[in-house]
Design a protein around this ligand. Structure first.
Ligand code: ADP
Ligand code: MG
Length: 255
């Protein structure tokens, strides 16, 4: 069903690694239901931003919140439970597990019956298991991988592995999904399919933060584009406005 998309806000978010400021006083608002792109040259701090709001890095300064709830000090799994899902810049699948099992790993995060239920195979546990399996199969169909359900994930072509990662992230029913360079290594045709998929994800009631290098993809799908350069936000506006911004053209589109 349709769910309530989440709003994420950061306020003066700063991340330093020793003497290097990877992210400098970044204040961003990802509005509920929007597709928000984060772009910038290599090393601009895009992954640092994603790793910080998902709880993998601790900010040096500043704050961030999901639907107004401050998240500082929360662990990645806690933030995930609050509704933030993500994929990684480098695909991280369980290669030996089947395609379906990889999605089940994502569904597990929202199961209620723990180990006792599993050991005793109580009716509640079994019902939930059936429901989870059904949900996972539905998600595989959503990303176009239903026919590969029982294959080992490592045998999937690269483009399919990326889609599987998205299905796994969706399995936890996020209200905000972070995609770190989902188009990297994809063919032109696969990027077109990804564009459709991102729109379908947003239509489910999920806010999307999209980190990308493919300008055509960003301009086609994004409602808002935020541009990072050397850890600083130099623009945050509609694609048309950002594309015409002289500072952005100089920093990003190569003058
Ligand atoms: P982007 O994703 O925009 O390419 P990153 O966020 O990965 O950029 O990196 C921003 C800067 O922070 C780079 O100079 C990078 O080397 C540095 N950096 C990122 N993560 C770490 C880390 N865990 N430890 C030290 N430096 C890091
Ligand atoms: Mg990166």
């Amino acid at each position: 069903g349709v769910r309530a998309p989440a709003e994420l806000a950061t306020e003066g978010l700063t991340v330093r690694f020793g003497g290097l400021t990877a992210l400098s006083e970044a204040s961003v608002r990802i509005k509920p239901g929007e597709i928000h792109a984060l772009i910038g040259p290599n090393g601009a701090g895009k992954s640092t931003f994603v790793n910080t709001i998902s709880g993998f890095y601790s900010p040096t300064d500043g704050s961030f919140s999901l639907d107004g709830l401050p998240l500082a000090g929360h662990k990645p799994h806690q933030i995930a439970r609050l509704g933030l899902g993500r994929t990684f810049q480098n695909t991280e699948l369980f290669g030996e597990l089947s395609v379906l099992e990889n999605v089940m790993v994502g569904v597990e995060q929202r199961r209620h019956y723990g180990l006792p239920g599993a050991l005793l195979r109580t009716p509640g546990f079994r019902r939930e298991e059936v429901a989870c399996r059904r949900a996972a199969i539905g998600l595989l169909a959503f990303v176009g991988l239903a026919e590969y359900a029982n294959e080992a994930a490592r045998f999937l072509p690269f483009g399919h592995q990326r889609r599987l990662e998205i299905a796994r992230a969706l399995a936890a029913r996020p209200r905000l999904l972070l995609l770190d360079e989902p188009a990297a290594g994809l063919t032109t045709h696969e990027i077109d399919e990804l564009e459709d998929m991102i729109r379908k994800i947003a239509a489910l009631g999920v806010s999307v933060l999209l980190i990308e290098h493919h300008v055509d993809l960003i301009m086609a799908v994004a409602d808002t584009v935020t541009v990072l350069d050397y850890g600083q936000i130099i623009a945050s506006a509609s694609p048309a406005v950002v594309q015409a911004d002289p500072r952005v053209i100089e920093a990003y589109f190569g003058g």
